[in-house]
Design a protein around this ligand. Structure first.
Ligand code: ZN
Length: 496
């Protein structure tokens, strides 16, 4: 047991360093003055190097090797067995990538991000092209460090969705794409004009701050700050940082706050016993995203939820919503409308934006799409997928931050999150047959507690598929519940 205690001690220190880096990252995005960028990048790079060196220290490998015998004697589900198993997987992956390549990737990501900000501002794809080319080249070298199960792209996907193959994602998306295209094409027109207008940001802030405690956050364990691009991070299950954005002309802060709160509830619900270990997170981005989508959409766009909350919202914005009844409001927040921008997309069109990016990313890695032609190909596919004309590269191929920082392989997790959210939701419905009544009465705690006990508390003890199987009885990613949900939604929007 001494080896296990030693391993735990080393991992706890590494976790403390990661938390410190997390605080620096949060502060950078929430309150750092802009000229602090350079010194912050240096601090984060140093911390990143120290963390990587400590984790890939051969002594960790020796400890894991010696712990194999103990691992076999332990219950597979125990915290100790999971710790050894998951740490070994992380360790073997981390050791495959040479330090020199890692440093180059970090540097290329930083300069790529800077170039992207400028290129997007000036609608100038050509100025971004060399940086994108560099990131793609480095990703190809990164892929060579691994032996992907099926296609090269799987090595990139694995960083965000461990154990998932490109072939599996292609299969899921092959079902989604035609079905979603059909739904979007036949989506009823819905009046949502009242959702655009003057909405006082301060009043929005007061409203969303009322929404958060009933979701199940313990007092003193979270905070909410305004930021340009909403995100959520946490430094333990008792220190959850939510951010949101208050725009002057719409109510998107409500759903963006619920989205980040879903990520926050996940972090908040991880078992105490997993803190300061590599198990103190979610099994994958897709599983994590399934919960932000659950709170944003499955709860936050449902009629039962608004049966309770629409009154308070009307009282907050009597001029804008006083004459809009609950039915009209619920229809408006559930409408489907093709648009240019992924982050503004509604639930139904959203995954089409993702499938387009997933296909393009594979083409970029394979080299089947020349990088110079990317804007034209983007625009042609937007027309094909969503029927929209792209007026500028800023609102087209340059709209997302991901590729600038080398985040290739990340996009599919958003759509997988949508799909997984409905697979889990089916189980929630079985477990809580009175859920709609609870939501309509403003009681969110039974839902929140069930998700914590059955999902969030497990942290990263199991792979994404093992986690899904525990919850739903199957480890397959099944798009049907998601499609049925959207199809019911579109039917409910049709004029009576
Ligand atoms: Zn999210």
């Amino acid at each position: 047991m001494d080896d296990l205690r030693t391993l735990r001690g080393r991992l706890a220190e590494i976790s403390d360093l990661s938390r410190a880096a997390g605080v620096l990252g949060w502060e950078q995005r929430v309150s750092m003055p802009p000229l602090g960028t350079e010194s912050r990048a240096e601090s984060l790079a140093t911390l990143g190097r120290v963390i990587h060196d400590r984790f890939t220290d051969p002594e960790i490998g020796r400890l894991l090797h010696r712990l194999s015998a103990l691992e076999e004697s332990l219950d597979y589900d125990s915290d100790d067995a999971s710790l050894i198993r998951v740490t070994r997987r992380d360790y073997e992956k981390a050791c495959r990538v040479p330090t020199e390549l890692r440093v180059e990737m970090t540097r290329a990501a930083a300069s790529g991000h800077h170039a992207w900000v400028e290129a997007r501002k000036n609608d100038d794809f050509a100025s971004f092209l060399p940086y994108l080319r560099r990131n793609v080249e480095l990703k190809r070298r990164y892929i060579e460090c691994f032996e992907p199960a099926d296609l090269p792209y799987t090595a990139l996907l694995d960083d965000y969705e461990p154990g998932m193959t490109t072939t599996e994602v292609r299969d899921v998306f092959a079902t989604l794409r035609p079905a979603l295209t059909e739904l979007v094409r036949n989506a009823p027109e819905v009046d949502a004009s009242f959702l655009h207008g003057a909405f006082d940001p301060e009043a929005q802030r007061r409203f969303v701050e009322r929404l958060l405690p009933p979701l199940g956050f313990v007092d003193g364990a979270w905070r909410l700050d305004p930021t340009a691009h909403p995100f959520c991070t946490s430094f333990s299950n008792r220190d959850v940082r939510l951010t949101t954005r208050y725009r002057h002309d719409d109510l998107e802060s409500v759903w963006s706050t619920l989205h980040e709160a879903g990520h926050g509830l996940y972090a908040h619900g991880i078992a105490d016993s997993l803190m300061r270990t590599p198990l103190g997170g979610a099994p994958s981005l897709g599983v994590n995203e399934s919960q932000s989508r659950t709170w944003e959409n499955l709860v936050g766009r449902s009629r039962p939820f608004w049966t309770h909350w629409y009154g308070p919202l009307q009282e907050t914005f009597p001029e804008q919503l006083g004459n809009v009844d609950l039915d009209a409001f619920v229809r408006a927040i559930n409408r489907a409308e093709p648009g240019l921008i992924r982050v503004d997309a509604d639930e139904t069109t959203y995954s089409l934006h993702i499938i387009l990016r997933f296909e393009l990313e594979q083409d970029l890695i394979d080299g089947t799409v020349p990088l110079d032609d990317l804007p034209e190909i983007w625009n042609a596919r937007m027309k094909e997928f969503l029927g929209v004309d792209v007026p500028s590269n800023s609102d087209g191929v340059l709209q997302d931050v991901h590729w600038s920082g080398g985040g290739i392989g990340y996009f599919p997790t958003y759509a997988l999150g949508n799909v997984i959210s409905l697979q889990i939701w089916a189980k929630v419905r079985e477990a809580l047959p009175d859920l709609d009544d609870q939501l309509a009465a403003g009681d969110l705690l039974q839902l929140s507690d069930w998700l914590r006990d059955n999902l969030y508390s497990l942290g990263r003890k199991f792979t994404p598929k093992e986690t899904l199987e525990r919850l739903t009885g199957s480890d397959a990613i099944d798009p049907q519940p998601y499609l049925a949900y959207l199809s019911d939604k579109m039917a409910s929007l049709a004029p009576a």
